[in-house]
Design a protein around this ligand. Structure first.
Ligand SMILES: Cc1cc2nc3c(=O)[nH]c(=O)nc-3n(C[C@H](O)[C@H](O)[C@H](O)COP(=O)(O)O)c2cc1C
Length: 381
């Protein structure tokens, strides 16, 4: 697999690769603070924010992209076995790789950070303090740590001591009530360099709306940069959060719409042929990254989301149900090419090596600001 950005045509977003000197005078200087103004961040998403997806997010201007969470304990017990290392592996030349860990013990977190830094040289590490999934919480990890800010702070302190790169943490507001300010201040004392706050409690899962006032209260209470997470799906939502001085993480709305990072910065919606090209690139990178006899199985959920996005794009009517039904059955690139030819009305994917001009059309397609239906879908975290 060509895991670098070679071969990908230029996007107006590439300035995100070379940070403009920006500093919020009210905040402690940090690598995160320097990048926050460059664009939205791809949030960590188990099962989604893997190397192929992060590569597209970077291409469209994500300020950084956080890996899927990897278990510090599993890394330790498994002797840094291949599947766990693979979860956190950056693609070749990945810019600004940020690896998320979940951990309950400071010493294991420190060990994992030291080993991953030596192997992958990431730009930063992130600690998960938000995952409400039972198998994570039962091990004292994820959102369970919000019950015990001292323990959470001890883990952060151990990570900070074990690495030369900055450490961030991503939390929910609390388990069943808002304790985010207290936790955030404890983490700041422990040396955290940035905080991302999903504006819901663990009990809420994805119910209701994310509470951005609660996120802003955290930002008021600490000096490190704070990013908000929850329900941002369009340029208006992004601008609103930025106007509060907050960084922005996006998760669900970017699934099947990696060009969202460009839309949030005011760039136009790609035309349908452009979207097909992005989808094809994603699938090709996915196959190269994972291999195996049925390499696209794991991508089916995202392909379904791409189908919805294609239906939203300007162009002739498209039978989205037929396209979705075909995409959720694909195993291989050949299956995918056939599904697209039959149901997406585009032959662009037929010769993916010669698609340079399709990317150029991104800049000329009219913009439609519509919220992805996926943004309302519940996720595991
Ligand atoms: C499928 C899925 C997987 C997720 N996995 C993680 C994870 O591994 N670590 C984490 O901190 N948050 C995880 N999250 C939470 C998101 O990062 C984000 O905070 C949340 O989805 C709210 O943002 P959104 O409204 O933009 O989706 C996950 C969310 C989803 C939907």
């Amino acid at each position: 697999m060509n895991r670098g950005d070679q071969g990908l045509p230029d996007s107006a977003s590439t300035d995100a690769q070379s940070p403009a000197p920006y500093r919020d005078p009210g905040r402690a200087p940090s690598w995160f603070g320097d990048r926050i103004a460059l664009g939205a961040v791809l949030a960590p998403m188990a099962g989604y924010s893997d190397a192929p997806f992060r590569r597209l997010a970077h291409h469209f201007g994500a300020a950084w992209a956080v890996s899927e969470m990897v278990s510090a304990k599993a890394l330790s017990l498994g002797g840094h076995d291949e599947p766990n290392l693979r979860i956190s592996a950056p693609y070749l030349d990945e810019p600004h790789a940020v690896i998320q860990l979940f951990a309950a013990e400071p010493d294991l977190a420190a060990e994992a950070v030291a080993a991953l830094e030596q192997r992958y040289h990431p730009a930063a590490f992130d600690l998960n303090l938000g995952c409400p999934v039972r198998k994570v919480v039962n091990r004292g990890c994820g959102s369970e740590l919000l019950r015990d800010p001292r323990r959470a702070a001890a883990i952060v302190a151990a990570m900070v001591a074990a690495t030369r790169v900055p450490v961030s943490a991503k939390l929910r507001l609390g388990v069943d009530r808002d304790v985010a300010v207290e936790v955030a201040q404890a983490l700041e004392q422990a040396g955290v360099a940035a905080l991302a706050v999903h504006g819901r409690t663990a009990r809420q899962r994805y119910g209701g709306e994310a509470d951005w006032d609660a996120i802003a209260r955290v930002a008021d209470a600490v000096r490190v940069p704070v990013l908000g997470s929850g329900d941002v799906a369009d340029a208006a939502g992004y601008a609103d959060a930025r106007s509060r001085g907050l960084g922005v993480m996006v998760a669900r709305a970017a699934i099947g719409r990696p060009w969202l990072f460009a839309l949030l910065r005011g760039e136009p919606l790609p035309c349908r042929a452009g979207m097909v090209t992005v989808l094809w690139r994603h699938a090709r990178d996915h196959v190269a990254w994972y291999g195996g006899p049925r390499p696209l199985r794991r991508l089916r959920g995202q392909l379904e989301a791409y189908a919805r996005a294609l239906a939203e794009a300007p162009g002739p009517a498209l039978d989205v149900d037929a396209l979705r039904a075909a995409l959720v059955r694909v195993d291989t690139l050949a299956d995918l090419a056939l599904a697209l030819r039959l149901h997406a009305g585009s032959a662009a994917h037929a010769d993916p090596e010669r698609l340079g001009d399709t990317w150029q059309r991104f800049a000329r397609a009219p913009r439609i600001a519509r919220r992805s239906r996926l943004a309302a879908a519940p996720g595991p975290n």
